[in-house]
Design a protein around this ligand. Structure first.
Ligand SMILES: C[S@@+](CC[C@H](N)C(=O)[O-])C[C@H]1O[C@@H](n2cnc3c(N)ncnc32)[C@H](O)[C@@H]1O
Length: 221
């Protein structure tokens, strides 16, 4: 394992690896896994002094836009856009600005959802608390965005299936990955999902890229 590269991809990767290992050993069940992950990330988001920090990014506003705005390539103005794991709502707000979408959010942490509602009172009714794995949406969405690491490894295929059941397009990203591999895309394709499109940008680390890809419900299988 290249520790320098792992650290560039994701802060706290060692702690996440320990949680995954405990889940694999059976020391943690599903509820314990979510609890361990949220107690690792949520306090840092709540203590953040920038809007980007409140959404889990250590970058400034300009770098936030550079890294995240490739998501707008997957949506067209006027579409409904659900952000899974909306944290303080910054991506909802950003996607409305970059892509002209109608944003919605769901968040596992009630404290973060409350912050998102108070930052975005105009959309407070569109921000829900729930775990993406079993949350029941009130209606479908044109685009639903997620990352697969919001659930334990063996639940990732089920997460994709579930989100595709109420979206026209499931957008996965933004994540960081070695330039030369498309390992996440390959893994998802191996689960039987057809990849309908992708977008990427270079990363400050020369061996990494910021990436997103999407699956259209029409050609999901
Ligand atoms: C890195 S932040 C993402 C913020 C923003 N959506 C973005 O992409 O920039 C991840 C958020 O997902 C939330 N989250 C993690 N697992 C979740 C799950 N299973 N269901 C709903 N939200 C989840 C976390 O609490 C955290 O606020």
């Amino acid at each position: 394992m290249d520790e320098e590269l792992e650290a560039a991809k994701e802060g706290g990767w060692k702690e996440f690896a320990a949680i995954d290992a405990a889940y694999e050993l059976g020391t943690l069940g599903d509820a314990g896994w979510h609890e361990a992950v949220t107690s690792l990330v949520v306090p840092a988001y709540l203590a953040a002094v920038t809007a980007e920090g409140g959404s889990g990014s250590s970058r400034d506003a300009q770098s936030w836009e550079y890294a995240r705005s490739l998501l707008a390539d997957a949506a067209t103005p006027g579409q409904t856009f659900l952000d899974i794991g909306c944290a303080n709502g910054l991506l909802m707000e950003s996607m409305a600005n970059w892509g002209g979408v109608e944003p919605y959010g769901v968040e596992i942490s009630p404290e973060l959802a409350a912050i998102a509602r108070s930052r975005l009172p105009q959309w407070a009714e569109r921000i829900w608390v729930g775990n993406a794995l079993d949350w029941e949406p009130p209606h479908g969405f044109d685009v639903v965005r997620t990352n697969v690491d919001y659930v334990p490894v063996p639940r990732r295929r089920a997460l994709i299936e579930r989100l595709l059941s109420y979206s026209e397009r499931l957008l996965i990203g933004v994540f960081n990955e070695e330039r030369e591999t498309r390992s996440l895309e390959r893994r998802v394709a191996a689960w039987g999902f057809a990849i309908s499109g992708r977008s990427e940008r270079s990363h400050p680390h020369p061996r990494l890229a910021y990436r997103a890809f999407w699956i259209d419900a029409d050609d999901a299988k």
